[in-house]
Structures are given as structure tokens and as C-alpha cells.
Design a protein. Structure first.
Ligand SMILES: Cc1cc2nc3c(=O)[nH]c(=O)nc-3n(C[C@H](O)[C@H](O)[C@H](O)COP(=O)(O)OP(=O)(O)OC[C@H]3O[C@@H](n4cnc5c(N)ncnc54)[C@H](O)[C@@H]3O)c2cc1C
Ligand code: SF4
Ligand code: SF4
Ligand code: SF4
Length: 355
């Protein structure tokens, strides 16, 4: 065996640490506030404050936060962006939940909530990483749901930045062994990195990754100001927010108000400008609404794990869905492909890291 001698300075230089993450991802504005770095730190010295990861103690230069970060990996690997691709798909469905209360209270067809509820009820999962809200729908609150009530409360989309992966720590510290995680494309990509790392407590017993389609996300305080100043609405009064056909819709006690997405451009999160994934390509199951009725979902099964979870719900007879035959995929996915391609075409490139 050849032994390579290195001086202390060389060893230090080669180790990655929070300073590297800060210099290459956080400071230049590439961070998506996904929360993964906070969760994998073995000495718990990273804290996401005001959506920005901060160092709060002594970094031991283990490199976990750097390895897990999707943006760091993308800067290093410079993956090719395939403009026409929606990622791997093994089966395609469209439809909605059969559960009346879920359909009433969910974002679209309630497929995500139904998959989680059914799996929890039949002990296929013992926890679900979801995004609830405490004050209003523009202030997402990640949580590890341990019962059906918490899963139901997390229904509906929150269109603002969300460090959902910080709650991987709750999975790490709990006795839960079969967890499903729901997240946006950036969340599912960092989560995949965390699962792959399999060290430093990062093998999180995550059985299923459910991804949501995402065009972009918004800065909560800037978004709240826009709806207050431009529409005279208070975020606390909103029962539902939606995004479709170039507009945001806000449903409150006095009906529905809308605003063009273009008019919200200044509230768009900086880190989203570098994002090329629309359809949650790293998920086991990806769910969206584009190309189907407002009260329905389009569902992309990407992996065997995703198929297992979806087939389980099918067998429990809680889904009102049709399987799209392969020859009809192109037509069924045309609208999703159009949005995805637009996103990939307009993405700001992430520069390679200079040594
Ligand atoms: C920021 C954002 C942008 C989106 N953009 C598009 C789009 O452009 N086109 C499209 O077709 N679909 C988009 N979606 C997905 C769509 O809004 C629905 O989430 C999806 O169709 C699933 O509907 P459902 O009825 O099954 O959801 P539900 O059954 O209501 O479940 C929603 C689930 O989403 C999770 N969730 C809510 N907000 C967040 C968040 N901010 N981060 C992580 N998880 C969250 C909750 O934990 C909950 O489990 C977007 C969603 C979000 C959050
Ligand atoms: S993108 Fe995620 S993992 Fe990377 S620095 Fe930001 S919060 Fe941390
Ligand atoms: S994960 Fe490792 S490198 Fe990152 S801050 Fe924590 S101790 Fe430092
Ligand atoms: S646009 Fe990309 S980075 Fe922004 S929230 Fe959506 S998935 Fe995450």
C-alpha cells in the first residue's frame, strides 16, 4: 500500500467545512433554504435562521454539510441539463382521492395526503415529514407527522421557502423506522444525497420520497408585503393559495383574489433562479396538477419504492385514478413538459468551483 504523506496545512486544505459551504453556496445566493445541511451536522452547529444557514458553534470539518448540499454537488459535477426530460418514469397516472374530506381540504386531488394517510393507517409508515402552517399559509412549518390528524393539517401548498429537511433531525432522534418525506424538487435532491451518504447518522430510514412539481418559490416576508400592499389581503385570512395559468389565487372569507405571477417577481427566492428541476426528478413519486383539472393530480411513478407505495393505496381502494397507457404519455405530459422545458431553458447557470 502506498502511503501519502501530507502536511497539517495540506490536510486542513483538503477537508471541507462550513466555511466552504458558506463561500460556495450560501454567500453567492445559490442556497435553496432546504435545511439539509442543518440536519446532517453531527455536532449540531448549523442553524437555519431567517432561511439562511448560520454557523453557531465549533465546526469539526467533517464535510457532511458540504456533501449533502445539492447546490455544492451541482457546482462540482456540472450535470448536463436535458431540456426535454421529465426524469425517469415507470408508470403514469392521473386522478384524485376517493376520500371526500381529503378532496375538500387538499390542494388539488388530494393524492399526496391520501398516500400518507393510507400508509400511516395500515402501519406501512410510522412517520411522515410534511409541511404544515401555524400562523398562515405563507409561513410553512415543517414537521414530522406521527398521526393522521397532523398529516391532514399539512394539506395544501405553501408557496414560500421552506427548510423542511431540518426535521430530518427529528427522524434521526426518534425511533421511527419507516418514514415518508414530502418535498419540493430541491428537498428531494438533497434528501437523496443524505440517504446516499449513509454515515454520520444520515441514513434516515426514509422509505419513500414524494416530490411536488415546482416552478419557483417565494420569500415569505416579500410575498406577504405584495399581497398586503397590492391586494389589501392579510396572509392570516387565507384558506388556500393556488398558482395556475400565470396567476396566483388567494382564497379568503370574501372570495378569491388573484395577481399575475409576473407582478410577484421581486419576491421570487434568489436560490430558485438556479433551479432546473420542475418535476421532482429525484423523488420516488412526483405529483403535480399541470395538464389536469384543478381538482386532480398527475402522478409520475419513478421508482420501485414509489410503485410499492402507490400500489398499496390502489389496493386499499382509496384512489380514483386512471393509469395512462404508454402510447398516451406524450399527450398526457405535454403541459408538464412545456413548463419543465421553460424552466430548464431559463435557469441561471451555476458556475464551477474555482480551486
Ligand atoms: C412551492 C410550490 C410550487 C408548486 N408549483 C407547481 C407548479 O408549477 N405546477 C404544478 O403542477 N404543481 C405545482 N405544485 C404542486 C401542487 O401545488 C400540489 O402540491 C400537488 O398537485 C399535490 O396536490 P395534492 O392535492 O395531492 O396535495 P395535498 O394532498 O394538499 O398535499 C400537499 C402536501 O404538500 C406538502 N407541502 C405543502 N407546501 C410545501 C412546501 N412549500 N414545501 C414542501 N412541501 C410542501 C404538504 O406537506 C402536504 O403533504 C407546487 C407546490 C408547491 C408547494
Ligand atoms: S441548499 Fe440546503 S443544504 Fe445547501 S446550504 Fe442551502 S440549506 Fe444547506
Ligand atoms: S456538518 Fe461538519 S463541516 Fe459542516 S458545520 Fe457541521 S461539523 Fe462543520
Ligand atoms: S424552484 Fe427549485 S429551488 Fe426553488 S423551491 Fe422549487 S424546487 Fe426548490
Amino acid at each position: 500500500m502506498v502511503k501519502i504523506e501530507m502536511s497539517d496545512t495540506e490536510v486542513k486544505k483538503r477537508r471541507s467545512n462550513f466555511a466552504l459551504l458558506n463561500r460556495t453556496v450560501i454567500k453567492p445566493g445559490y442556497c435553496t433554504s432546504c435545511g439539509g445541511c442543518e440536519a446532517v451536522c453531527p455536532v449540531y452547529v448549523i442553524s437555519i435562521e431567517q432561511l439562511v444557514p448560520k454557523l453557531k458553534g465549533g465546526c469539526i470539518s467533517c464535510g457532511a454539510c458540504v456533501d449533502v448540499c445539492l447546490r455544492y454537488k451541482q457546482r462540482v459535477e456540472q450535470p448536463a441539463i436535458e431540456e426535454e426530460s421529465l426524469g425517469t418514469i415507470i408508470e403514469l397516472y392521473r386522478g384524485k382521492s376517493k376520500l371526500a374530506d381529503v378532496k375538500e381540504n387538499s390542494q388539488n386531488g388530494g393524492i399526496v395526503t391520501t398516500l400518507l394517510l393510507t400508509a400511516m393507517k395500515k402501519q406501512k409508515i410510522d412517520g411522515a415529514l410534511v409541511t404544515s402552517h401555524v400562523t398562515d399559509l405563507l409561513g410553512p412549518t415543517p414537521m414530522l407527522a406521527l398521526n393522521e390528524l397532523d398529516i391532514r393539517k399539512a394539506s395544501r401548498s405553501k408557496y414560500t421557502l421552506n427548510p423542511v429537511l431540518t426535521k430530518l433531525t427529528s427522524i434521526k432522534l426518534s425511533l421511527k423506522e419507516k418514514v415518508a418525506c414530502v418535498g419540493l424538487p430541491c428537498h428531494t435532491e438533497t434528501l437523496s444525497n443524505a440517504i446516499e451518504m449513509k454515515n454520520l447518522g444520515a441514513d434516515f430510514r426514509v422509505k419513500y420520497k414524494i416530490g411536488l412539481f415546482c416552478m419557483s418559490s417565494y420569500n415569505p416576508s416579500a410575498f406577504r408585503s405584495i399581497i398586503t400592499q397590492n391586494l389589501g389581503l392579510s396572509a392570516e385570512s387565507l384558506n388556500k393559495t393556488d398558482c395556475a395559468r400565470g396567476k396566483f389565487f388567494f382564497v379568503g372569507p370574501d372570495g378569491t383574489t388573484d395577481i399575475k405571477i409576473k407582478e410577484c417577481a421581486e419576491a421570487k427566492a434568489e436560490g430558485c433562479k438556479y433551479c432546473s428541476d420542475f418535476s421532482a426528478e429525484f423523488a420516488d413519486i412526483a405529483v403535480g396538477n399541470i395538464g389536469v383539472a384543478d381538482d386532480s393530480n398527475i402522478i409520475l411513478i419513478r421508482t420501485e419504492a414509489g410503485k410499492e407505495l402507490f400500489d398499496f393505496a390502489l389496493n386499499e381502494n382509496v384512489l380514483d385514478v386512471e393509469k395512462v397507457p404508454k402510447e398516451k404519455w406524450e399527450e398526457a405530459l405535454a403541459a408538464a413538459k412545456k413548463l419543465s422545458t421553460t424552466k430548464k431553458k431559463h435557469v441561471k447557470p451555476l458556475p464551477p468551483i474555482e480551486s
